[in-house]
Ligand binder design. Sequence first.
Ligand code: SAH
Length: 340
Amino acid sequence: MPAPDLSSQTFDRLQDALVRLGEPAFRGRQIFSWLHKKNAVSYSEMTDLSRDLRVRLKEAAPLHSLEITGRQEADDGTVKFRYRLADAQEVEGVFMPEERRSTLCISTQVGCGMGCKFCATATMGFRRNLTAGEITGQLEAAKRKLGEPISNVVFMGMGEPLANLEAVLAAVDILLHSHGHHMSRRHVTVSTAGLVPAMEEFIHRTPVKLAVSLNATTNKVRDRLMPINKKYPIESLLECCRHLPLRHTDRITFEYVMLDGINDSQEDAHRLIRILRGIRCKVNLIPFNPFSGLSYRRPNEDTVEIFQETVAAAGITVMTRKSRGHSLQGACGQLVVGEK
Ligand code: SAH
């Protein structure tokens, strides 16, 4: 039997795991909070466990915390981290401090299988899913390194979160749990390229927020940019969004990467308004962030501004995402690591 991975267990499952190891359930609670509240990396830090138990756990259920192997900081305070996993694979993530909040962008897979044509991560292909412990481990490692609180987490790093649904749901559980990171559900957002069945399951199983990478207003263009559109075309994606049982005042965020001459025209803006009708949503425009070897271009600022004004005039909340971490290739769609 493989050693249990305690850092990937939700609160309830961790208690069960300890019972299976012949310990009382409350040991699970203690370990959960050491791992996900106090960001411990080893059993030796868990001083309210007996020395005996610590030694036994080290043998029976070794911990593999993530190691930060790279850290680049931009002038605006944005930090790009590189994390090494137990099997020496690597993922990247980005920390973005603001005045009243700070956001960590985390990865859910090594590489990505979605194949979006404008995204650097896609060039890696899909290598493997992260475990729940590797997903929350990015937050824990960043907190340890930065020594400051992180108020928001976005699942917008490498990978397609909804293609790794069970691990993502367990990770969210750990982020929200009062003995874990105790985050507000409103401060956690999971982004998807549009895996329709998984989106429905997601909404039923977790209260955190959903973002959808729309990126085009016609199937012709979206087919070309995002192969997933052939499976779940715009109508079925938006039909799903229209009927999702959103909580309270929640809205779906639609991300829209703006590519010069491809999806940034006034016709696109008007079509966007039309297709989003009846969906409680807001729109996040992301001017394309280039990476080497790609022919797409970022539209000029006026084009982005006019597009935004047109959409806003229809009563839709729309923002242009400030490009952060650009100088260190840490902006949206620029995360990539080499062959392992
Ligand atoms: N796979 C998920 C999670 C990644 S989120 C998803 O697709 O939603 C990453 C966001 O960055 C997506 O909205 C994507 O459309 C956007 N993006 C990807 N490459 C980009 C680039 N080169 N410039 C700007 N945004 C990009």
